[in-house]
Write a protein that binds this ligand. Structure first.
Ligand SMILES: [Zn+2]
Ligand SMILES: [Zn+2]
Length: 353
């Protein structure tokens, strides 16, 4: 890398008279109607940020309701420990309990890790004394040798590949996927695995929960008729609500889960998928074939997500454990499969929420 490239960080550029320092450069010379849309965008971002903690509490409450309902109503309805019969007579009860505890661990563990793990920012691991040194450090990590690296117009720092600015978090996020209000966090390079596995465990749990809950749901609905009684401590209205909730969440999260598995196994973020589908159409018109430069095939991409197998650093079985395992790499450089087109996000630095 050439020594001391003479960059002037945008943060050091003198603002014009009458301009606000904290205003993004992209909005400085816009017309009034665009300024109004910026204000609406800022209000929306503020609302999403404020709503985050409320949604986390709501998610924990709803999960707690369903877990309690499952273990105090559904399990006793279907399985009873047969006293004096020994373990082998109770194998269904034992297997179901082990499976259920594992799924609950998967949901709560991955949710916790998705919430508390920072997705990764451009400044991760850097401690520079001034802006210029910081700028140079980021460039060194990006391995950018050109004098005109892509630079975020809001953070005023170089943007490594696959990085995008989140206007809710007000920073550039490494391998940005989207900002998720339900985890009050961005989904990025360092917490992507946890987000994906949270969706997977939750949708699997919903299927199991709904199947197990059909008969208790019917009993709750008919408890007043034909002399049926309701023998469980939990209010039957809550049990009915939990069953309906699981159907709704199962459909929504199940769909999201399939979509994110498709993206993960084709090595694309949500944003890249839109760009890739556009480039794919352009290539098709030209009679060329598009291929994603980060795509190492389904198995290779799977190893990359979980940092396992020959491409990773951990054994295969760790993919099934909701434990803290860092992804491959620092999120500022990515191995390329040697084919495909370089993605160009252009000047438009607006983010997706
Ligand atoms: Zn930025
Ligand atoms: Zn964000």
């Amino acid at each position: 890398m050439p020594e001391d490239i003479a960059f002037q960080p945008l943060s050091q550029v003198e603002p014009r008279p009458g301009e606000e320092d904290d205003q993004p450069i992209t909005t400085r010379q816009r017309k009034p109607i665009q300024r109004l849309s910026d204000r609406i965008e800022r209000l929306t971002d503020g609302a999403i940020k404020g709503l985050g903690p409320v949604l986390i509490i709501l998610a924990i409450l709803l999960l707690s309701l369903c877990i309690t309902c499952y273990f105090t109503v559904f399990v006793p309805y279907h399985f009873q420990w047969q006293v004096g019969q020994g373990i082998f007579a109770n194998w269904a009860y034992i297997l179901n309990t082990i499976w259920s505890i594992y799924i609950v661990w998967g949901i709560l563990g991955n949710y916790y890790l998705a919430v508390v793990t920072p997705p990764g920012t451009v400044l991760d691991g850097l401690n520079a004394v001034d802006d210029n040194a910081l700028f140079q450090s980021v460039l060194a990590e990006m391995e950018t040798f050109t004098e005109l690296p892509p630079t975020c117009k809001r953070c005023h720092l170089p943007k490594p590949e696959r990085t995008h600015h989140c206007s809710v978090c007000k920073t550039c996020i490494l391998k940005y996927d989207h900002h998720c209000p339900w985890i009050h966090n961005c989904v990025g390079h360092f917490n992507h695995r946890y987000f994906l596995m949270f969706l997977t465990y939750l949708s699997t749990a919903c299927i199991h929960f709904v199947i197990m809950g059909v008969k208790p749901f019917l009993l709750a609905a008919e408890a007043d008729f034909e002399g049926n009684s309701w023998p469980y401590w939990m209010d039957r209205a809550l049990v009915a609500f939990a069953e309906v909730l699981a159907v709704a969440i199962g459909l929504a999260v199940g769909g999201m889960s399939c979509w994110h598995w498709y993206l993960a196994l084709t090595a694309q973020t949500t944003l890249e998928q839109y760009n890739n589908s556009y480039i794919r159409k352009v290539c098709k018109k030209k009679g060329e074939k598009f291929s994603n430069m980060y795509d190492f095939g389904i198995v290779g991409n799977f190893m990359d997500i979980f940092n396992i197998g020959p491409r990773g650093h951990y054994p295969w079985y760790t993919a099934l454990l909701p434990i803290r395992i860092p992804p491959i790499g620092n999120g500022k450089r990515f191995e390329r499969s040697g084919r495909g087109y370089v993605l160009d996000f252009g000047d438009d630095d607006d983010d997706m929420v």
